[in-house]
Design a protein around this ligand. Structure first.
Ligand code: F6R
Length: 587
């Protein structure tokens, strides 16, 4: 996933504003960066591998001249991470430059055609074909609007691109990837995310799918792919986006972990009507499915457990990437709960589209209320936890859980007696007692394998813990259901291994402690996460005692902190782990 930006102004230099916007959208992709600007009817371009600040220091992106420009941060899909593959890409004539987010599925075919017509290509990317196709179509039409219409009719896939012509005209087309117009006092933006322009304006137009925008310093026009002008509404973007600053925190990840006492309380707060609607849909569903990817899937596993245990409602959980291949029977009486922070994950959108083809109803539990998932849903519950910039999901996970608890509580007529205020206070205490966790994190520096054990409702937390550890520290980590230890994983236990045991004093306690002893006997080091100490633990991370059902919300917190501090020890970047992207909009 990449971020793209286009900017034009009557008086201000474009490049520094574009670089700032890219910096704020860097979470979307961060292996290379580039900016191109127009000045005196000429396009100038600078790009290189690295993060925004590094590249800017190296090549001074922000010194490019002109009041109009485009920019990009890349997350490689087609072609390696190299300077040449970085965006923007220029057409052969040098008169058009483009930035692109998404995938052009028929790029090989188009590239061959263009090569036969004499065009040449410098990069390995699918994106460069857009630049040359635009050149070809512009040379035959001499009209930017017609050029865009011809070009979008020829490319297949899902994409948003912004093109800059040498006369300073900008054009952007949207097909299943985000595109937002920002309207400032004397300037305009095209951007993948509101964060690209929130510092300068909070007025935005969310461009509809299959629409394109023509922009220059005197205004904008929006058309559908058939060339009809479309009406668009200007909306005021929530000021909460401005929260996307690290403030005094060293990293977004630490800031977001620390926000959880507040975010679990705020979760779903603005959506009581939608929660009521979801409950009605769930109660009347003939078949209920819950889907998500990564962390959001781990939340789905907990939802299945809670619905079954407390409300006697059976749900089938399916990884979003497996949804198209799962033998499931969905019809108009089915309900699919789609859980996603970004609402843009390609696997989840595909699952939802498949379910909708069979007329199933979609409930989404999602943070980004402007996302593609929201537009596909019959009922939308917002996580309401504010922008999450750190690539590893932290506060969005606990907000998802808080909503799932609220739904379960309604489904079982208050049988759990959840008290999120109490949970919030306990999380605050856990976050302020991090010195022991920091010490343990030092020990993990040289470790190559970590296993995380949990039984029952603690197993999805073990999976989530392993996911956080591998993302942030690059240490191999695996979640194991406690009882499965003896069916294979025990063979891996030796003195080089660390095992995290999620073991609150509840119905799973004794069995899990037995597993811990079996592991200890093989020489592995044990970190116990529990409200009860034991001599079997090499390190004990104490968690407070709470009702058995509520432990997941508590026990994940020290593990998020452990992963964060271990990342610092290993000198990895906790906000932007290598090879990952915040929302995975490719399949
Ligand atoms: C884990 C993580 C990913 C996401 C997954 C789904 O820390 O960030 O595993 O959870 O890519 O993303 P969303 O929730 O945006 O659909």
């Amino acid at each position: 996933m990449c971020s793209i930006i286009g900017y034009c102004s009557k008086g201000l230099a474009a490049a520094p504003i574009i670089v700032k916007g890219l910096k704020r959208m860097e979470y979307r992709g961060y292996d290379s960066v580039g900016v191109a600007t127009e000045s005196n009817n000429q396009i100038e371009l600078k790009k290189a591998t690295g993060k925004v600040d590094e590249v800017n220091l190296k090549v001074q992106l922000d010194s490019l001249p002109g009041k109009i420009g485009i920019g990009h941060t890349r997350w490689a899909t087609h072609g390696k991470v190299t300077d040449i593959n970085a965006h923007p890409h220029q057409s052969n004539s040098g008169k058009i430059a483009i930035v692109h987010n998404g995938i052009i599925e028929n790029f090989e075919e188009l590239k061959k055609q263009l090569e036969n017509e004499g065009y040449s290509f410098k990069s390995e990317t699918d994106s460069e074909v857009i630049a040359n196709l635009l050149q070809k179509n512009y040379e035959s039409t001499r009209d930017v609007k017609e050029t865009i219409m011809k070009t979008v009719a020829e490319i297949k896939g899902h994409y948003t691109f912004v093109a800059m012509f040498e006369n300073g005209q900008l054009a952007a087309a949207r097909f299943h990837e985000p595109l937002i117009v920002g309207i400032g006092k004397d300037d305009y933006f095209l951007s993948s995310d509101v964060l690209g322009f929130i510092e300068r304006t909070d007025e935005a137009i969310y461009v509809k799918n299959r629409n394109f925008v023509l922009m220059n310093s005197s205004g904008i026009q929006i058309f559908d792919f058939e060339g009809n002008e479309t009406k668009s509404h200007i909306v005021k973007v929530s000021k909460e986006f401005a929260d996307a600053y690290k403030g005094d925190y060293a990293h977004f990840t630490l800031k977001e972990i620390s926000e959880q006492p507040t975010t679990i309380i705020k979760a779903g707060k603005k959506n009581s009507d939608e929660i009521a609607k979801a409950i009605d849909l769930i109660k009347h569903a003939k078949t209920l499915y819950i889907t998500g990817s990564g962390t959001s899937y781990n939340a789905a596993v907990i939802a299945k457990y809670l619905f079954a245990k407390h409300a006697k409602i059976k749900a089938e959980i399916i990884l979003a990437s497996e949804f198209p291949f799962s033998p499931i029977s969905i019809d108009q009486n089915s309900v699919v709960i789609a859980i996603s922070q970004s609402g843009e994950t390609a696997d989840i959108l595909e699952s939802v589209d498949l379910a909708k083809k069979s007329n199933a109803k979609i409930i989404s539990i999602v943070n980004n209320l402007m996302s593609s998932l929201v537009r596909r849903s019959s009922c939308v519950i917002g996580l309401n936890c504010g922008p999450e910039i750190g690539v590893a999901a932290t506060k969005s996970f606990t907000a998802q859980l808080a909503i799932i608890y609220k739904i379960t509580e309604e489904l079982c007529d208050g049988c759990i007696g959840i008290d999120l205020k109490k949970v919030s206070d306990l999380i605050s205490k856990l976050i302020s007692n991090k010195s022991k966790i920091q010490l343990i994190a030092k020990e993990l520096k040289e470790v190559t394998d970590i296993y995380v054990l949990g039984r029952g409702i603690h197993y999805p937390i073990a999976s989530e813990a392993a996911l956080k550890l591998k993302e942030l520290t690059y240490i191999h980590a695996e979640g194991i259901p406690g009882g499965e230890l003896k069916h294979g994983p025990l063979a891996l236990m030796d003195s080089n291994v660390y095992v995290l045991i999620i073991n609150p004093n509840d119905s799973t306690y004794d069995d899990t402690l037995t597993s811990a002893r079996e592991i200890r006997a093989r020489g592995a080091k044990i970190i116990g996460i529990s409200n009860k100490s034991s001599d079997v633990y090499d390190h004990w991370i104490e968690i407070p005692t709470i009702d058995e059902t509520m432990y997941p919300l508590i026990e994940i917190i020290p593990i998020q902190l452990l992963a964060y501090y271990a990342a610092l020890e290993k000198d990895t970047d906790p906000d932007y782990p290598r090879n990952l992207a915040k929302s995975v909009t490719v399949k």
